[in-house]
Write a protein of this length. Structure first.
Length: 152
């Protein structure tokens, strides 16, 4: 999910108040603003709870941070595309490029690893390459698990 959860929550709580029911957040984002589907609004809430950005107090949800301290762009909005699962290979490429490795270099190393280890798929090989470069492949692994329908 590419949306800045903290900014999204700050926007909601600044607009609606310091304590909200889950249904209030869902209605605000889906019905009032018309930005995202109710299921994606619930997904946003679930992710925020998992990441410790929201806490439950009885039937209410509260942010674990001060929403007034979070910058929210004037043109801020959410849309359903933001909830699509990112491609793990693109995430691996992005990390490698940040380390100065070219797309061709990454792909070449992935091909070498998969030819030497036929049980590994491209994503597993990309994770190995990232680890060898001293990069954290957690995002890539998480995206791959999400593609497979496995919740971490």
């Amino acid at each position: 999910m590419s949306v800045d959860l903290r900014a999204a929550l700050a926007y909601v709580f600044r607009s609606r108040g310091p304590r909200l029911r889950e249904s209030d957040i869902v209605n605000f984002l889906s019905a009032e603003k018309g930005w995202i589907s109710p299921s994606n609004a619930r997904k946003l809430i679930s992710m925020a709870l998992e990441r410790g950005l929201l806490r439950r107090r009885g039937q209410y949800l509260e942010p674990t941070f001060d929403p007034s301290g979070v910058p929210v762009p004037l043109d801020f909005y959410l849309d359903n595309r933001m909830f699509e699962v990112e491609d793990p290979m693109e995430a691996a490429l992005s990390l490698a490029l940040g380390k100065g490795i070219s797309r061709e270099g990454l792909e070449s190393e992935i091909r070498r690893i998969t030819s030497e280890n036929p049980l590994l798929d491209e994503v597993a090989a990309a994770i190995l390459v990232l680890k060898r470069l001293g990069l954290d492949p957690t995002q890539v692994a998480t995206l791959r698990l999400a593609q497979l329908g496995i919740k971490v």
